[in-house]
Design a protein around this ligand. Sequence first.
Ligand code: BES
Ligand code: MN
Ligand code: MN
Length: 462
Amino acid sequence: MKSAKPYIEKNKDRFIDELIELLKIPSISADSAYKKDVLKTAEAVKKQLEKAGCDAVEICETPGYPIVYGEKMIDKKLPTILVYGHYDVQPPDPLDLWESPPFEPVIKKTKLHPEGAIFARGSCDDKGQMYMHVKALEYMTETDQLPCNVKFMIEGEEEVGSSSLEWFVSKNHDKLANDVILISDTGMISKNTPSITTGLRGLSYVEVEVTGPNRDLHSGLYGGAVANPINVLTKMIASLHDENNHITIPGFYDDVEELSKEEREKMAEAPFNLKDYEESIAIDSVYGEKGYSTNERNSIRPTLDVNGIWGGYIGEGAKTVIASQAFAKISMRLVPNQDWKKITELFKNHFESIAPKGVRVKVKPHHGGQAYVTPINSLGYKAAEKAYEETFGKTPIPQRSGGSIPIVALFEKELKSKTILMGFGLDSDAIHSPNEHFGIWNYLKGIETIPQFYHFFTEMSK
Ligand code: BES
Ligand code: MN
Ligand code: MN
């Protein structure tokens, strides 16, 4: 495979412009007000896949948002790479914290991206990273170098739990048959330190509701005499961690995979500067489970976090009131061997059991998924390693990530193939946050590296 560098150099302005067009469509899967835009994005992805050289591109209907499927089969005897990505994005809120509107992409220079970065919701997660694969395919087809078969499966519900994809995968084993799954929807350590993601955390997401009196009450007339749902909820939530920041739900850690001393030592070798980490998010100190380092806390250890909490009066000024109800959304990040359905059940039982008299508690499970780990001696991993060596001149470091792509564990179970996570984002790219961006250098480096993966994977499969 010839270096894609000259082709990228010649076409980079167009590559950037095309991505910008895609980023202008607000494909927010969580908000039904944007349904038309989500569907429009699927059409736009289809068109681009066709242009890039896919032979058969379809919009596959599902009970939810459609899946864009495309393929280019050149020879049944050659290996097949299945590329997965998502065209939906997170809601952009809080809007007032964006320096430029989330769906009006602009290019700005930053400290880590002196070449410029595209600021827009979805620029890194995942439109930008998904589109690297479309442009990598264009390079290989335009220069007659595609070495193997390729299938694309781009979904529109990743940010809301991928339930339609689950349905689609279970119904289409033959259509999706492949030798390796390739995904760019994660990050890398830094521009100087390429890494391959070898693990993802699982997830259990629940919503809780605490109900007290049948109406909001005067907090003077009733205060002190009835359970205040907000007081109760916050106390219940606070009790979910002990003084060492261990989670107190009975049985929560029973199945947690413990890493060996050697594995932990190996992890600690990855470059990491605690001061830079703290400074980058303006905190004076990190915080977390006793006995584990920051990088362990955010990757190989399970967590429980409140993602949102509400109830009572939050308007201007003061209103003296005891709310009838209080609510919270809670996520638990899980590690290998923890079963997300079992953890959801443990949470529900425990949370209901700690409710004091005077309130009723409801736990509503949302979605979830299993954690994922992949070995570093698989064919796919070795091919990815060689691809990075070719384009970065360095061997990438295997790294477990704290994020979740729940569908990856399911791919392995259903399609029986390994997933290789070649992410090109940086933690500082602010995915899910205001001012999300994706470095142009990272975008183009991804387009350069992906064809090398195709090459080495095909060669090593012989
Ligand atoms: N691309 C992210 C996951 C990710 C980002 C993994 C960076 C590793 C590094 C994905 O779009 C995402 O946001 N996943 C959700 C879970 C999903 C079920 C909503 C997450 O991790 O919160
Ligand atoms: Mn993503
Ligand atoms: Mn995401």
